[in-house]
Design a protein around this ligand. Structure first.
Ligand code: ATP
Length: 322
């Protein structure tokens, strides 16, 4: 479990992080998102021991990681957004060099990097020069390099930016395999649709604070539950309106073209019973659906600064969408 509490980072007079909290469970694939300048890279640099913080703590399994940077580096593998590769090395030499940085040498090193190169699909590139690799291959090589010391946590800063859709898809598959193998993975990205497909959890950072964090499924079902029910009625509209006006969960009724749009405070069992009541009242219903929310809509709502709203956990924010 990686836990960040009350993290503050000040550059000159600028507060890049203002009391950030973050909770990443073991085995999670955690999407770390936020608008430009929100503080993602700063947080990642502190997590990886590359930058100090003015205040706050980073704990890995209860151990103070900021106080023990060497232990921290042993537990974390980091793929930066800008990856420098040494062009005059072959892939094998490159991996061997990074293995030696972790004091992994000889046959053990060779065995380990051969397995990693196989995992990222570069097993046939061992004797190729690094500068001859495509951008996608270089990215996979950096991933293999970050795993050389078998870290429990892998952190990737904008890993798929600049990759074409196929390469991006292949990279995503490798991350999913790593997750299945038990790694905890934190990915910072702007591509929200991609994160919602592959991540188990999400943290949205804005102006140096966590504004929403939790399991993606839970967040989306909460968003969906606060979205309207859209009901299409083929005939007997008056009976439909009478049933809806009487229903205790119905908060507002409006028309969207020919459909009825209902703010409905009930759960899925209440929805099913409402549908049954409409049918029993002789209403012919040809559409009955809870409008779907998306991570994009959550992100836009939370990072809209017209109205300042800051919360530290999803639970604390339960009234936001009602
Ligand atoms: N070395 C620095 N000196 C001064 N200000 C900095 C420094 N590094 C970052 N900042 C500022 O701190 C804020 C947070 O930057 P950071 O790079 O962490 O954001 P980010 O969320 O990663 O942004 P992006 O998505 O654009 O990469 C920004 O306003 C940035 O300009």
């Amino acid at each position: 479990m990686l836990t960040i509490r009350n993290l503050h980072k000040i550059y000159g007079k600028y507060h890049a992080l203002s009391g950030l909290d973050m909770n990443v469970a073991d085995g999670a694939l955690y999407g770390f998102v936020g608008p430009n300048g929100a503080g993602k890279t700063t947080t990642i640099k502190i997590m990886t021991g590359l930058l100090g913080a003015e205040e706050g703590s980073v704990e890995i399994d209860g151990t103070d990681a900021l106080g023990e940077p060497d232990a921290l580096k042993g537990q974390i593998g980091y793929v930066p957004d800008f990856f420098g590769v040494y062009d005059n090395l072959t892939v094998g030499e490159y991996m061997s060099f990074f293995a030696s940085c972790y004091r992994i040498d000889g046959l053990v090193a060779r065995k380990r990097y051969t397995a990693l190169l196989e995992q990222v699909g570069l097993e046939d590139k061992l004797d190729f020069y690094v500068d001859g690799l495509s951008r996608g291959m270089k990215q996979r090589l950096c991933l293999a390099r970050a795993l050389i010391h078998d870290p429990a946590i892998l952190i990737l800063d904008e890993p798929t930016s600049g990759l074409d859709p196929r390469t991006r898809f292949e990279f995503k598959e490798i991350l999913e395999e790593l997750k299945c193998a038990g790694k905890t993975i934190i990915i910072s990205s702007h591509v929200l649709s991609e994160l919602s497909e592959m991540c188990t959890d999400i943290g949205i950072i804005d102006q140096g604070r966590m504004v929403l964090e939790g399991n993606i499924g839970d967040i989306l079902s909460r968003v969906n539950a606060s979205n309207p029910l859209v009901i299409s009625v083929y005939s007997n509209m008056e009976q439909a309106m009478a049933v809806l006006r009487r229903h205790p969960c119905v908060q507002t009724i409006s028309m969207r073209e020919k459909d009825i749009c209902v703010r409905f405070a009930g759960d899925s069992a209440d929805e099913a019973m409402l549908l049954q009541q409409l049918i029993d009242a002789g209403v012919l219903v040809n559409g009955f659906v809870r409008e779907k929310g998306s991570l994009e809509s959550v992100f836009m709502q939370l990072t809209d600064h017209e109205e300042e709203r800051v919360v530290t956990s999803y639970e604390a924010e339960s009234g936001l969408y009602s």
